[in-house]
Design a protein around this ligand. Structure first.
Ligand code: FES
Length: 575
């Protein structure tokens, strides 16, 4: 147990010298007295609230609940705002800024007089961004997930974030619904604060945060407007103070076993494809070489048991919570998990879930009655992606699992948009659409363009799925036969750069193969003729991003953030 004089914050506030005077006099300027801070753990609450993040709208008041908990436990809370990364409003893509949030989080922790951290996030990139920073900072940290919003509703129909937007958009393009219907969907699909309530990236990553042990048990499933969410916030505030005294730091929690658990849980949840990138980055920061192969191995043995859209066909996160939430899902996974891993509440995962009950076996299925018999994702490799790429077999039409088709190639999104809805576009449902130069460096930032729209003339014929390949990502709420994150990306000279319209491409999901059916000699000839595209940013953050971003199979961290600078992996810097 730590003593008051051991607190990191005491280095700012305790010394009887001129610097100590400066720190004390300036905190007193805000109306605080020594009774507020002296001998108490100072808790940073890193809050990603902003006026333009609807998923975090409730954080403005929830932060007061966290503070209440910190005060109850004898700590001193300080709110530190951070980049809010609203998925809907940040262009070109929040992925461009995940690492910026990670750096901001690490530096907020490093530079301020704090002993422990509460991280408040939920909208897609905020969970990995905050956790990446906290892992590297190494102080005691607990994660508070924003919680999913309530189910959408339009004319009594349940609407799911993202998934129903894509579905009704195609219906509108096909003339199945009217403009007025579309406006009804627009007003009903997001009707409370909280993050997307399908099993998109937000629900996946908050679930991952819980599975690796960084949240209180059950925290990730609670809908944002539920009073349980308020109580979870104050409980997290109380717990972080105890964690400071116990000196429980992330590296004690984030073992290899914890990440393996998270991979298993992600597969069973029917996770977002984006989870792969974020989890690899987080594991590497914690000193574990998690790879695409680990996901594929888990995929072959872990069934999808969360019947939550878009992988499931019926339910949303609100139903998942009522059915028992993540603890119930993890209990059903049982021996597939390593139950001895510690979590932020000081207990093991096994202890946390031993009494978790499932209240609806259709929402959270048993492993012998799954939604999909294998895991959510498959990793494909071949001459078109030597380092690997990802597809979501559980959310695509099975006729496309083994397929050879003609490539139709687009070098950028504007040129795709120009022709995609044209009746003259020479395309059939058996063709394979390709978008390149949309990867980590090419995007830059891997925008979520990977669910390429089905060509308008095919939509009118009733086609709703076809093979699509890109080095981009897709939204976790998306679905379809989309092969994503092709590594190495086209922009750095991956084989994707050398595909010509008319080439044949072979996909075999069962065999995990993706090949361009062009001879090695011809590929080499094309490689010799290739010139790299121009970079899009000549200065600033975008320029720096493109210089240092790692490929998708390595988690898209910055190369210099992974470096441990002489420390053991996961060991915190001495601040
Ligand atoms: Fe924030 Fe989907 S827009 S989670």
């Amino acid at each position: 147990m730590k003593k008051a004089e051991d607190l990191r914050s005491a280095r700012w506030f305790a010394p009887d010298n001129l610097r100590g005077f400066g720190h004390r006099s300036r905190i007193m300027q805000m109306g605080y007295a020594p009774a507020d801070w002296a001998g108490k753990p100072i808790i940073a609450i890193i809050n990603t609230w902003s006026d333009i993040n609807p998923c975090h709208a409730h954080f403005k008041t929830r932060v007061e609940d966290v503070k209440r908990g910190v005060l109850q436990a004898g700590g001193f809370p300080l709110e530190l705002p951070a980049l809010s990364l609203s998925e809907n409003f940040v262009k070109p893509t929040t992925m461009l800024y995940r690492n910026m949030l990670a750096m901001e989080t690490e530096e907020l922790i490093r530079s301020h007089p704090v002993d422990g951290v509460v991280l408040m996030g939920g909208c897609d990139k905020t969970t990995p961004g905050l956790l990446l920073g906290a892992i590297s900072a190494g102080l005691p940290a607990i994660y508070i997930p924003a919680g999913p919003m309530l189910r959408g509703n339009w004319h009594g129909k349940v609407l799911g974030s993202g998934s129903d937007a894509w579905k009704f958009w195609d219906d509108r393009r096909a003339g199945i619904i009217s403009d007025q219907d579309w406006q009804g969907v627009e007003g009903g699909i997001a009707r409370s604060h909280g993050h997307c309530m399908t099993m998109g990236t937000a629900s996946t990553m908050t679930g991952v945060a819980e599975a690796i042990g960084m949240t209180l048990p059950g925290a990730s499933s609670i809908p944002a407007p539920d009073a349980n969410h308020i109580r979870m916030c104050s409980a997290s505030g109380r717990r972080i103070v105890e964690m400071v005294w116990e000196d429980m730091v992330p590296r004690q929690i984030l073992t290899r076993g914890a990440f393996d658990n998270a991979v298993t849980v992600a597969m069973a949840m029917g996770c977002s494809t984006n989870a792969v990138i974020h989890m690899i980055a987080m594991a590497r920061r914690a000193g574990h070489d998690l790879t695409l192969d680990d996901f594929d191995r888990a995929s072959r043995k872990v069934p999808v048991i969360a019947n939550v859209r878009p992988t499931g066909d019926k339910y949303l996160m609100e139903d998942f919570f009522y059915a028992g939430g993540l603890p119930a899902l993890m209990r059903k996974l049982g021996s597939l998990l390593s139950l001895d891993e510690r979590t932020v509440n000081g207990r093991t995962l096994g202890e946390n879930i031993q009494d978790a009950a499932c209240h609806n076996d259709d929402v959270i299925r048993d492993t012998d009655n799954p939604i999909y018999p294998e895991g959510a994702l498959a990793v494909l490799k071949g001459n078109l992606s030597t380092e690997g790429c990802v597809i979501k077999p559980c959310a695509m039409e099975s006729r496309l699992m083994k397929h050879i088709g003609r490539a139709i190639v687009f070098d950028d999104y504007p040129s795709l948009k120009e022709v995609i809805d044209s009746d003259d576009f020479d395309v059939t449902a058996d063709d394979i659409l390709i978008l390149r130069n949309a990867g980590p460096q090419g995007g830059p930032g891997m925008p979520e363009w990977g669910m390429l729209p089905i060509p308008g003339k095919l939509v009118k014929q009733g086609v709703r799925d076809m093979l699509r390949i890109s080095d981009a990502r897709m939204s976790g709420t998306s679905y379809g036969a989309c092969i994503l994150h092709v590594s190495p990306e086209a922009f750095v000279g991956g084989t994707l750069a050398f595909v010509h319209t008319g080439d044949q491409i072979a996909v075999d999901v069962a065999e995990r193969k993706l090949d361009l059916l062009v001879s090695a000699d011809e590929l080499e000839r094309r490689r010799q003729q290739w010139t790299p595209p121009e970079r899009k940013f000549e200065r600033g953050y975008g320029w720096m991003f493109a210089q240092h971003i790692l490929q998708a199979d390595k988690g898209c961290d910055f190369d210099y953030l992974e470096t441990s600078f002489g420390r053991s992996p996961g060991e915190p810097a001495i601040y």
